[in-house]
Design a protein around this ligand. Sequence first.
Ligand SMILES: [Mg+2]
Length: 183
Amino acid sequence: MSKIFDAIFLDRDGTISHDPYGYINSLPDYNFFDYTFEALEILNKYTDKFVIVTNQSGLASGKIDLENLEEINSFIYQEFDKRDLPLKKIYFAENYDESYQSMRKPGIGMFAKAKEEFDIDLSKSLMIGDSVVDMQVGDRLGMKTIFLLTGMGKDYLDEVKSKCKANLISNNLLEAAKDIVLI
Ligand SMILES: [Mg+2]
């Protein structure tokens, strides 16, 4: 099967892992959904580059310590690695600025960096997330987008439907992976 997406960009909290408090500041509190890797194995048929793009504004507010975030990042890299899933990089934003160039979604900063570092064609890439900002940044960059109803998804559904293109709306990442042929 051809790799139809140059890269698949994944939000973190509420997309590949639970989002219990709106922020996570310790590895024991970080839990993938039980279907996440089954979903990623399917998605890997459609791309050979995964990139995680996560707003971690808790860094700016002091709710998240950089050291703890880096411990969680190491764990995520290991879990992808174990399964030979090509995770290129985890990008995180640490500010509140959502202007166009900002690192914080819907700013395009993290995507611009990934494009440059890994020679990614964003117009041939896919963004998957559970927040309106995930869909907005995807629209800004001409990416395909999938909106998930996990995490904060249900709260954002009306806003996403009225403001964003969202090529597909799925109950969760596994359903999205199985339905990806529809987009
Ligand atoms: Mg999220």
